[in-house]
Design a protein around this ligand. Structure first.
Ligand code: MG
Length: 162
């Protein structure tokens, strides 16, 4: 059995007139994240971590923002597709650990729902998924509420020996 690790990072700009969707949760806020899809920064970071661990490039390669099929799409669907690809290659998810970096609103009330959404999308046990949140103490673009960032790491295991 081998273990592989992957990491993912994403940023989206906060703008008026968009919903704030993070981890598949519609979070009440005066601004939302701008993007071609629903701009779910957390799920994009997790997709990139999974793709990286599987050696399958990145989210832009699989779901290009030039493709109208992905306009406004729920990133839970993208995550499900990434999960299917990873499983079809013979990998199992060891764990996922992610951080949302946002000045506000508070993420804590929504984290259990995010974990629930991710576990359903990937069809894995909730115990394999950990989501954290932090602010930047008012520093930088996150601190100025110009955007929200997310980091993710994951491990995959496979029965391969090399
Ligand atoms: Mg993105």
């Amino acid at each position: 059995m081998i273990t592989r690790v992957g990491n993912g990072y994403d940023v989206h700009r906060l703008v008026s007139g968009r919903k704030l969707i993070i981890g598949g949760v519609d979070i009440p806020n005066d601004k939302g994240l701008l993007g071609h899809s629903d701009a779910d920064v957390l799920l994009h970071a997790i997709c990139d971590a999974l793709l990286g661990a599987a050696g399958q490039g990145d989210i832009g390669k699989h779901f290009p923002d030039s493709d109208n099929r992905f306009r406004g799409i729920s990133s839970l669907i993208l995550l499900r597709e990434v999960g299917s690809l990873v499983f079809s290659l013979g990998f199992y998810i060891g764990n996922i650990d992610a951080i949302i970096v946002a000045q506000h609103p508070k993420m804590a009330p929504h984290i259990m729902t995010m974990i629930d959404n991710i576990s359903k999308s990937l069809q894995v046990n909730k115990s394999l998924i950990n989501i954290k949140a932090t602010t930047t103490e008012g520093l930088g673009f996150v601190g100025a509420s110009e955007g929200i960032a997310a980091y993710a790491v994951c491990s995959l295991t496979s029965a391969e020996t090399s």
